[in-house]
Design a protein. Structure first.
Length: 441
C-alpha cells in the first residue's frame, strides 16, 4: 500500500474494490458484535439444533416456541457490554434458519410478540445500540425450515433425510417463499430507521442444480429492493450473486492476507465465535481466551479487514458470564490501544513487520503501530522505516521508546542499514499485546 497516497483518494480504499453502500464508517470502526439469538437458545446446543437432531416443525414449536420467555432481556446491558469491548457496530439475527422472527412481522405468527415475550424484541435492541452510538446490522437467514413454502431439499434442514420429503414438498411453492423473504426484508428496512448492514446467510447452490441459490431467493430482485429502500446500506456476499455485494465474509478462519476477489483487494469482515457455536451452547467448553481474541482483532486490521465477534445470549435474554468475561477483557486492552485499531488498516508495503508482530497504520494521523505478539529482548528493528520516524512511544502509557540502539549493540548486529532500531525496556509491559506507536515524519 502507498505511504503517500495520491491526494483525494482515501488510503484505506486505495486499490480496493469500491462498495456501493457506505463503507467509510465500516473500514474505520473495524470491530463489531454478532448476536445469534432465537428459539435455539432454549435448546442451548447450537443454532442448527433443528437440523442436527432432525426435529420436525411441530415438535420444535411445541418444545420452544410456546415456552420462549426472555424475562431477563435488557438490550441496554448487551449494548453496554459491546461498547465496553470497543465494538462500534452490531449485527443481530432477525431470523435464523429455524424461521422464528424477533420482530413483529405482519407476514407470520412465528414471531416474538406471540411468545411470552409479548413484544417486538428487535426495536428495543436497535434503540439500545444506537444509544451507544453503534451502527446497525441485520442478519437475515435466506433459509427457513419453518415456512410452509420453503421447498425442502436433501442438503440441509430437519427433513433432509426424511423418506417422504417429496410428499412433504407437495403444494410448496418456492416463489411464494421468495415473496415472503422479500416482504420481510422490506419490513426490516422500513420500520427500524437507518440500517447500515444487511447480512444474508446463506446460499448453497449445487452443480447438479439441487441446493438453493439466487434463483430460489430471487436475489437480483431482492438486491434492487434493498438498494431502493436503503441506498447507503452495505450488503454481504451470500446472495449467490457474482456482483452487487459490498463485502466478503470469511467465516471462522483468519485470512493469511488482505482478502481479494478476482485479484483485487476487497472490503472484508471475518466473522468468528467465542466457542464452537453461534447460538448459546451451555455445555460448550472450547471458549477462546481474551489473548487469542485480541490477537485476531489486530490481525484482521493489519490485513485491512474487520472482525465481527459473536455472542449467543441465553433464552432468559442474557449474555452469559463466559462471553461477558471475554468482552470485558478485550475492552481493557482496547481502552489503551483502540487508536491502533480504529481508522487503521494495513501498513504501507515498505514497512516490513518484525518477527512476531503485526503492523497497523492510520493514514490520517500518519502513525504506524507495531503490535508485539512476543516481547523482544531490548531491541526491535523495523526494516524500511529508517529516517521515516520522528518519535516513538509505548501506546498504553505513552512512555517514550528511544529511537536507535547504543553503539556497542549496534556494532554487534550487522543488518541492513535501512532499518529503524528501537530500544525497549527489558520488562514486558503488563498488557495483553504491547503496542509501539510510531510518529512518521
Ligand atoms: C454458519 C452457521 C450459521 C451462522 C453463520 C454466521 O453459516 O452455520 O448458523 O449463522 O455461520 O456466519
Amino acid at each position: 500500500m502507498y505511504s503517500n497516497p495520491p491526494s483525494g483518494k482515501d488510503y484505506a480504499m486505495l486499490d480496493v474494490r469500491p462498495t456501493i453502500g457506505d463503507s467509510k464508517w465500516f473500514v474505520h470502526d473495524r470491530f463489531g458484535m454478532f448476536i445469534h439469538w432465537g428459539l435455539y437458545a432454549q435448546g442451548a446446543r447450537h443454532e442448527w439444533l433443528m437440523n442436527n437432531e432432525s426435529i420436525p416443525v411441530e415438535e420444535y414449536e411445541r418444545r420452544y416456541f410456546k415456552r420462549f420467555n426472555p424475562d431477563l432481556y435488557d438490550p441496554a446491558v448487551w449494548a453496554k457490554a459491546a461498547a465496553g469491548a470497543g465494538m462500534k457496530y452490531f449485527v443481530i439475527t432477525t431470523k435464523h434458519h429455524e424461521g422464528f422472527c424477533l420482530w413483529d412481522s405482519k407476514l407470520t405468527d412465528y414471531k416474538a410478540p406471540n411468545t411470552a415475550a409479548r413484544r417486538d424484541l428487535l426495536k428495543p435492541m436497535v434503540q439500545a445500540f444506537r444509544k451507544e452510538n453503534m451502527h446497525v446490522g441485520f442478519y437475515h437467514s435466506l433459509i427457513d425450515w419453518h415456512h410452509p413454502h420453503f421447498v425442502l431439499d436433501r442438503h440441509i434442514g430437519p427433513y433432509r433425510n426424511h423418506p417422504d420429503r417429496e410428499k412433504l414438498n407437495k403444494g410448496r411453492d418456492q416463489k411464494k417463499y421468495a415473496a415472503y423473504l422479500h416482504g420481510q426484508v422490506r419490513e426490516l428496512l422500513t420500520r427500524y430507521g437507518k440500517v447500515d448492514i444487511m447480512w444474508f446467510d446463506f446460499s448453497y447452490p449445487k452443480p447438479d442444480g439441487s441446493g438453493k441459490g439466487h434463483k430460489d431467493w430471487e436475489s437480483e430482485k431482492l438486491l434492487k429492493l434493498i438498494r431502493k429502500l436503503q441506498p447507503q446500506i452495505l450488503i454481504d456476499n451470500r446472495l449467490d450473486l457474482p456482483d452487487g455485494w459490498d463485502f466478503l465474509t470469511p467465516e471462522q478462519t483468519q485470512p493469511p492476507a488482505w482478502v481479494q476477489h478476482k485479484g483485487q483487494r476487497v472490503v472484508w469482515e471475518a466473522c468468528q465465535t467465542l466457542c464452537n457455536s453461534w447460538g448459546y451452547h451451555r455445555d460448550e467448553q472450547s471458549y477462546r481466551s481474551v489473548d487469542d481474541l485480541i490477537h485476531i482483532l489486530i490481525d484482521c486490521v493489519s490485513k485491512g479487514g474487520n472482525l465481527l465477534l459473536n455472542v449467543g445470549p441465553t433464552a432468559r435474554g442474557e449474555i452469559d458470564e463466559r462471553a461477558l468475561d471475554r468482552l470485558a477483557g478485550i475492552g481493557r486492552w482496547m481502552r489503551h490501544h483502540d487508536r491502533s485499531i480504529y481508522g487503521c488498516t494495513q501498513a504501507p508495503d515498505e514497512f516490513i513487520p518484525p518477527q512476531d508482530t503485526r503492523l497497523t497504520y492510520n493514514p490520517k494521523t500518519k502513525r504506524l503501530y507495531i503490535h508485539l505478539f512476543a516481547w523482544p529482548y531490548k531491541h526491535v528493528s523495523l526494516a524500511g522505516a529508517a529516517d521515516r520516524v520522528e518519535y516513538a512511544q509505548l501506546l498504553h502509557d505513552a512512555s517514550e521508546v528511544k529511537l536507535g540502539m547504543d553503539a556497542w549493540h549496534a556494532q554487534q548486529v550487522a543488518t541492513s542499514a535501512k532499518r529503524l532500531d528501537l530500544t525497549l525496556p527489558v520488562i514486558r509491559p503488563n498488557v495483553t499485546v504491547p503496542v509501539i506507536e510510531l510518529f512518521l515524519k
